[in-house]
Design a protein around this ligand. Structure first.
Ligand code: FAD
Ligand code: NAG
Ligand code: NAG
Ligand code: NAG
Ligand code: NAG
Ligand code: NAG
Ligand code: NAG
Ligand code: NAG
Ligand code: NAG
Ligand code: NAG
Ligand code: NAG
Length: 643
């Protein structure tokens, strides 16, 4: 019965590529005949019965698939099933110990593409439970922690469909991993099957694309396309697309799933605002197209309504724009910079163009003048990207890069003049911001801070989208700045913020009708407090830190009633996350989630409907993925596990 061998299907696909308006990997799909050979990968076909089990199957539990089941599943996807070894096992006692490899991981992996290309690794370590960390001098053993068990190295839609069906039919926890940048562990999960979409990276330029109200250039690409590849294609086809500031994240994936910001966001909107069509594998295993005409519920939900919730996005068609220019300038202010140049370099590379203000109150006055100006930036389609660091002993640094897209250097200078004038008026003898760099957009990625994005970190973000209202009154603005100052000065936290204005006007059609957090539409500032969690902290210290930082964040929330936060750079421990990450869209999104995924196949922290399940964490780290996934509020059965 297995009439369509892999090779035959592929050659048919090659011949017909483009004929259906699809990428090649989308033409290779799971057929009923495949499921007839191995019923565990059968489609749901309208049968929405859900498993009654209290927990998902787990390695060692009676309902965990047998070895022959896994082998048959592997055969059904032409051998694309992996059981990857954690790379850092090379640093621990056991059969995988390898001093050379360990040395590479510790010394060089962060400046290579190694972790981005790994089927298991995510860049943020704490959510997997801080197990098996790469280090030259390890203690203890390498345990699997929150890493998945098996991984499907998906290179066709068929692989994705088979994995979704197998997980649903066998009550297995399913996760989706793209480039592994999620700060909250949403591409991890102990005892799970992972769909690794990394290799779904085809790109096709569509010079004339028509869709309802859109008629113009576009591009179709696979969900595994990386941002640097998006930029390369911009240069290749002489077009502009909306990409992120950092080049190693997926150009679709998690970035897109909750909005996705970049240099063009105040001009053209968020990443998810660019979508004209999506190719999706839904929880019932079917491959569908979602756009303004069909599967409109999915088209709404998948553009901003959160990652790993309604389906596996496999492809997207996005708008392409004419090439344009970005005009940029920077400002750097230092207060009592540390004498020791090493710690200067480590904490804040202060350029020669730094302005010194060696008085704390005057420093904050200068910072406030800058933040006042942020609204002008977004009102003129610009963005900025700043870091404000406390360096200890009354020392602070503030650095910002301002970018005005589609703006000449002359116009950018005009827009910056009032800021400079305000500094002069307040008695600051600042260097003029006249070093405006103007570059064509296809090379936009060059202007982001040097990519430190390939290495492992233990960052935990907490954030808030601050609306125009906080700029409308001097009183509220002053209180907002006082809260930021307190977080940095008293709290000692690193602060990072971006002026971003993806207004409905910038989003255009069909972006403005998406499910993206309404807080984005009123935003002036995406403000973050960054901390390091885990690695050097015990689980108890991590919990104490969690409680401490919430004190500062609650002040931000009080000053921004009804606003929200950006999940991708937000806190997995965000209180009232349904409101914070989804706002007034939550009810509708939950309805769609329940209708499209009554089984709860897709699950990740703080995604829509995720309150129905919880991870029974074994390591004690708050929000860790190191534990079994069970229905929320049931009797607690803690299970440990090892490699
Ligand atoms: C160094 C760094 C720089 C960053 N810079 C920016 C920036 O400039 N702008 C910005 O907006 N954000 C930025 N972020 C945040 C970024 O948007 C998120 O980390 C995002 O989740 C990354 O997506 P990913 O697909 O690469 O990661 P992953 O961790 O692989 O996936 C993230 C989430 O998306 C889900 N997912 C992935 N692919 C799919 C799919 N095809 N279908 C359904 N669900 C899927 C995963 O299951 C997971 O829940 C940055 C993060 C880092 C670490
Ligand atoms: C899946 O099959 C391929 C090819 O037969 C094999 O190389 C691979 O090891 C198998 N994967 C697992 C997890 O057994
Ligand atoms: C390695 O670990 C041992 C024991 O924990 C410690 O005494 C030693 O200083 C460590 N060496 C290095 C180079 O970190
Ligand atoms: C590591 O594993 C070995 C072999 O199973 C065991 O003897 C040892 O106690 C373990 N060490 C730790 C710290 O858990
Ligand atoms: C995943 O599949 C791609 C394409 O077949 C292959 O090049 C790659 O080596 C595979 N990755 C792993 C880790 O097996
Ligand atoms: C790129 O496109 C612009 C207009 O869209 C055009 O003026 C320019 O000549 C093109 N450049 C190249 C190298 O094709
Ligand atoms: C502030 O301190 C720095 C470094 O100590 C010094 O170079 C600078 O001249 C000082 N600036 C002012 C305005 O006092
Ligand atoms: C920015 O635009 C908003 C309206 O969206 C307006 O209320 C505000 O006054 C403008 N601010 C500046 C500084 O231009
Ligand atoms: C970009 O600038 C050009 C020239 O000023 C203008 O005509 C065009 O409308 C601008 N594009 C957008 C999206 O604002
Ligand atoms: C806000 O702060 C500025 C600068 O410190 C001050 O001049 C102004 O009076 C304050 N306004 C209000 C309403 O507090
Ligand atoms: C399951 O299907 C039945 C029959 O089609 C329908 O009445 C019911 O609402 C569905 N339940 C869910 C949770 O989708």
């Amino acid at each position: 019965m297995h009439i369509r061998s892999f090779g035959v299907v592929l050659s048919v696909a090659l011949l017909t590529s483009g004929a259906y308006g699809k990428l090649k990997f989308e033409s290779v799909q799971l057929a009923d005949e495949d499921a007839a050979m191995f019923p565990a990968i059968s489609f749901a076909k309208g049968d929405n019965k859900t498993s009654e089990a209290e927990c998902r199957a787990f390695p060692g539990s009676p309902d965990w698939p047998s070895v022959p089941d896994w082998d048959n599943f592997n055969a059904s996807i032409s051998g694309a099933l992996l059981y990857p070894v954690i790379p850092a096992a090379a640093c621990y006692p056991g059969p995988d110990r390898d001093a050379t490899k360990c040395d590479f991981l510790v010394r060089s992996a962060s400046t290579s593409h190694f972790y981005i290309d790994d089927p298991l690794m995510t860049l943020t370590q704490w959510p997997q439970g801080n197990t098996c960390l790469p280090a030259l001098n390890t203690t203890g053993n390498c345990t699997r922690g929150g890493f998945p068990e098996f991984v499907v190295n998906a290179t066709t839609v068929k692989h994705v469909q088979a994995a979704v069906n197998f997980a649903r039919n066998k009550n297995i926890r399913l996760i989706i991993k793209n480039k592994g940048h999620d700060f909250g562990g949403r591409s991890l999960g102990a005892g799970s099957l992972s769909i690794w979409v990394h290799h779904l990276d085809e790109f096709e330029y569509l010079p004339r694309f028509k869709k309802v109200k859109y008629n113009g250039p576009a591009a179709r690409y696979g969900t595994g396309l990386e941002q640097f590849e998006l930029f390369n294609n911009m240069a290749r086809y002489n077009i502009t697309m909306v990409g992120s500031g950092v080049r190693t994240i997926s150009a679709n994936g998690g970035w897109f799933a909750h909005g996705g910001h970049g240099h063009l966001t105040s001009l053209y909107g968020l990443g998810s605002d660019q979508a004209l069509e999506l190719g999706v594998v839904t929880a019932d295993g079917e491959y569908v197209v979602a756009d303004e005409e069909e599967n409109t519920d999915l088209f709404y939900a998948l553009r901003g309504g959160g990652p790993s919730t309604y389906g596996v996005v496999v492809s997207v068609v996005v708008k392409a724009y004419p090439p344009t220019t970005l005009s940029s300038s920077s400002l750097s202010i230092a207060c009592n910079p540390p004498a020791d140049t090493n710690s200067r370099a480590q904490f804040a590379p202060i350029s020669t163009a730094t302005n010194f203000v060696n008085n704390t109150n005057r420093f904050w006055e200068a910072v406030n003048i800058y933040f006042r100006y942020k609204e002008t930036i977004v009102n003129n389609s610009g963005v900025d990207w700043d870091y404000l660091y406390p360096l200890g002993s009354g020392s602070f640094s503030f650095r910002v890069r301002i970018t005005y897209p589609n703006t000449t250097a002359e116009r950018a200078a005009e827009l910056l003049q009032p800021l400079y004038d305000n500094y002069v008026k307040a008695g600051f003898n600042f260097l003029p911001f006249n070093r405006i760099e103007t570059i064509p957009t296809p090379y936009a990625s060059r202007i982001s801070p040097p990519p430190s994005s390939n290495g492992l970190a233990a960052s935990r973000y907490r954030s808030r989208l601050l609306p125009h209202a906080n700029w409308a009154s001097d009183d509220l603005f002053n209180k907002t700045m006082a809260a930021i100052r307190e977080s940095v000065e008293v709290g000692g936290y690193n602060f990072h913020s971006l002026a971003l204005g993806p207004s409905p006007r910038a989003a255009g059609w069909p972006g403005r009708g998406s499910s993206v957090n309404p807080a984005w539409r009123h935003a002036v500032l995406h403000a973050c407090l960054m901390t390091q969690q885990g690695v050097s902290l015990t689980a108890q210290a991590a919990r104490d830190e969690e409680a401490r930082i919430q004190g500062y964040l609650s002040r931000w929330r009080e000053l921004t009633p009804g606003a929200g936060a950006y999940l991708n750079e937000g806190d997995p421990g965000e209180p009232d996350w349904q409101q914070g990450f989804y706002g007034s869209n939550y009810g509708e999104l939950l309805r769609i989630k329940k209708e499209r995924d009554p089984w709860g196949v897709f699950w990740a922290t703080t995604t829509v409907g995720s309150e129905a399940w919880e991870v029974r964490v074994v390591d004690g780290y708050p929000r860790s993925q190191n534990g079994r996934l069970c229905r929320a509020g049931k009797t607690r059965v803690v299970e440990g596990r090892s490699l």
